[in-house]
Design a protein around this ligand. Structure first.
Ligand SMILES: Nc1ncnc2c1ncn2[C@@H]1O[C@H](COP(=O)(O)OP(=O)(O)OP(=O)(O)O)[C@@H](O)[C@H]1O
Ligand SMILES: Nc1ccn([C@@H]2O[C@H](COP(=O)(O)O)[C@@H](O)[C@H]2O)c(=O)n1
Length: 642
């Protein structure tokens, strides 16, 4: 299992980048665009604008560009444009070119030719545009020919397939010069994307009169004018992966570049995450997410029509939720870079999830244990980014064709890797009765972490072997018992099968038996994975003899806890007396010394102070002092949040 914590500076928003580029190209004057997204889709738009005679320059190696606006339709009247799989370039350019009076051919990758554009073409034909779908009616590639545009009336466009059709019309219509009313047919989906379009058009001087979400009046005589400088916000859809990482992997994870004042609808992903129980905080330009107080996300049933892109991330969050989850009203997923409903269902099933797929919904039930899988990404950047989050569940995932993230976020995997870290472990090793168990328990309680008393496992193995009549030096026999040990820890009590053995395993007979079976390599091997499974978020405090050397060699803090043999024998004496167990100081001291010697001298995983362990001698220090010492070190090393 992995955790996630840290801060990510988001790349620029794809939706804003490509809209601003087009508006700047059509505007009067030059526009400085700061923090433009560097990605394939934006490259396609930049190439297209260049081919259409719009001059732009990049400031050195920065993400800042200057676009010299054409002050109206594109100056180049004949062009062939290849737009890859960039819907944010293809749809708006189609409309702008239809109103530019030239001869243009637009094509893309094979998937782009499967993505519908008929509703936009139909709306543009209502205005007099001459557009041919050269392969299949209703789909790219397109041939746009010069035509007499009859703007100035009412044009209808469907709003229930892709909101980009409406965006394209809105941005292009000022080129006609006439006041035109757009009527949306069907329930408009993805409304927040239209809000981005209207906001950006207004920044370029064209205010559209909005009558609800069904009618939009583009004013006559409107002309785009450069606002001078435009800053591109961070990408709110990309933010979703990191915020979900914080919610799944402990967090906190902070994204910078979007926040309360963002114009992107996908910032509302943060609200959805809150409904899953995640702890979310927000500033003007940042958002932070951390796991719910209880660590586990809540099951959900949400209408996600308003955040179609970021909603994909919730399908992965469902793998970490405490019950079946339903994502509703997501039909637009079917006409995106791939059929995202089908793709998501197929890949989630590979991980062992139970998935029900409908025309416009998905139901996801997490498996008891995530299965390792190779995830296909369907040339869809969001599939790749979403499924990277599965790794936080400690499950091996292979992301096929990871470079597809270049569409919107070329540096995604580096940014993700920066956040991901192993769940922190504090390893407390030391000789018998040095106080490891008491200290570990209190440190864990203060930090809210899990605790592992590894010695108890060896004690239970010894007890189980004795009960089964297996000799303590029968390595194969004892190892077989260890491999299937029906041990359970519950609120400080210890169970072997149906028997509570909390007191019995603390007897000196079990102490001695434990150190005998612990010297057998096959027994240690049989218990290794079981101990490592205790490493769960938000962190683990593990005590024993080889926590720092063998079980958790990457522990963020290793403590060698000790005290003089006399002090320890006295503590053990008092401990046994308090439990009503027989004890004799003299015997205890020699048993303890004998056990320490066996633990330190054995060939496998001997008790030792590692060079990278901090020595803590508690001969003259009480438990509280030892706990405070360790908690201070944890904070100094930044191992625990807060
Ligand atoms: N610093 C300390 N000062 C005084 N008593 C202590 C201190 N640390 C632990 N004790 C007491 O010593 C006894 C043994 O402690 P504990 O069981 O935590 O040790 P341990 O190292 O886990 O032992 P073992 O590994 O052998 O089970 C307990 O009764 C505990 O309360
Ligand atoms: N990581 C560990 C933990 C314990 N042992 C052996 O088990 C005996 C009992 O452990 P306690 O911590 O409960 O005293 C101990 O003496 C060790 O021999 C171990 O080997 N490795």
């Amino acid at each position: 299992m992995l955790g996630a914590v840290g801060t990510v500076r988001l790349p620029g928003s794809k939706s804003i980048s490509n809209r601003v580029l087009l508006l700047a190209a059509l505007a009067e004057g030059s526009t400085e665009i700061r923090d433009l997204l560097a990605s394939d889709d934006v490259e396609r738009m930049l190439e297209a604008l260049q081919a259409l005679g719009v001059r732009w320059t990049r400031k050195g190696e920065s993400l800042d560009y200057v676009v010299e606006g054409a002050g109206g339709p594109f100056p180049v009247k004949t062009a062939e444009l290849f737009l890859g799989n960039a819907g944010t370039a293809f749809r708006p350019l189609t409309a702008a070119l239809a109103l530019s009076g030239g001869d243009y051919r637009l094509s893309g990758v094979a998937r782009m030719h499967e993505r519908p554009i008929g509703d936009l073409v139909e709306a543009l034909r209502q205005l007099g545009a001459d557009i041919t779908c050269t392969l299949n009616e209703g789909f790219p590639p397109l041939h746009v020919k010069p035509a007499r545009i009859r703007a100035g009336g009412v044009v209808q466009v469907r709003g229930d397939v892709s909101s980009q059709f409406l965006t394209a019309l809105l941005m292009a219509l000022p080129l006609s010069g006439a006041q035109t009313t757009i009527e949306v047919v069907g329930e408009l989906i993805s409304k927040p994307y239209i809000a981005i379009t209207l906001e950006l058009m207004a920044r370029f001087g064209v205010r559209v009169e909005q009558q609800g979400w069904a009618r939009f009046v583009v004013p006559g005589g409107a002309r785009y004018r450069s606002p001078g400088t435009v800053f591109v916000e961070g990408d709110a859809s990309s933010a979703s992966y990191f915020l979900a990482a914080g919610a799944i992997g402990g967090g906190p994870v902070r994204v910078e570049g979007v926040g309360r004042s963002s114009i992107q609808g996908d910032v509302r992903f943060a609200e959805a995450l809150e409904q899953l129980g995640a702890r979310v905080t927000m500033g003007d330009n940042w958002i932070e997410a951390a796991a719910p107080a209880g660590g586990v996300l809540k099951a959900f049933d949400l209408d996600l029509n308003h955040i179609p892109d970021a909603a994909m991330t919730l399908a992965i969050a469902a793998l970490f939720a405490d019950g079946p989850c339903r994502l509703r009203n997501i039909a637009s997923w079917r006409v995106k870079e791939t059929d995202r409903i089908a793709a998501m269902a197929t890949e989630l099933r590979k991980l062992g999830a139970e998935v029900e797929e409908g025309a416009d919904y998905l139901c996801v039930t997490a498996p008891a244990q995530l299965q390792a899988a190779a995830i296909d990404t369907y040339d869809d950047h969001r599939m790749a980014m979403c499924f990277s989050l599965v790794s936080l569940g400690g499950c091996r995932v292979r992301i096929n064709d990871p470079k597809c993230v270049n569409k919107t976020f070329p540096g995604y995997f580096d940014a993700f890797a920066q956040l991901v870290r192993a769940v922190p472990v504090i390893a407390i090793d030391g000789p018998s009765a040095s106080g490891k168990g008491s200290v570990a328990e209190r440190v864990a309680a203060q930090l809210g972490w899990e605790v592992l008393d590894s010695g108890a496992l060896y004690r239970i193995v010894a007890l189980a072997a004795v009960r089964a009549g297996v000799a303590l030096d029968d390595e194969a026999g004892v190892a077989a018992i260890a491999a299937r040990l029906p041990a359970r820890f519950d609120a400080g009590r210890v169970w072997l099968g149906g028997d509570e053995v909390s007191t019995e395993i603390r007897s000196e007979a079990c102490s001695s038996g434990a150190s005998q079976v612990a010297a057998l390599p096959a027994v240690r091997e049989a218990l290794l994975a079981r101990q490592r499974d205790y490493r769960t978020r938000p962190g683990l405090v593990a005590d024993g003899r080889d926590m720092g050397s063998v079980v958790f060699p990457d522990a963020g803090l290793k403590i060698f806890l000790t005290a003089s043999a006399e002090a320890r024998a006295e503590r053990r004496y008092k401990q046994l007396m308090a439990k009503g167990l027989p004890a004799n100081m003299h015997d205890l001291l020699s048993d303890l010394q004998e056990r320490d010697a066996r633990d330190a001298m054995r060939a496998v995983a001997p008790l030792q102070k590692l060079p990278d362990a901090v020595l803590l001698d508690t001969t003259d220090l009480d438990i509280d002092g030892a706990v405070a010492f360790i908690v201070d070190l944890v904070r100094d090393r930044g191992l625990a949040a807060g």
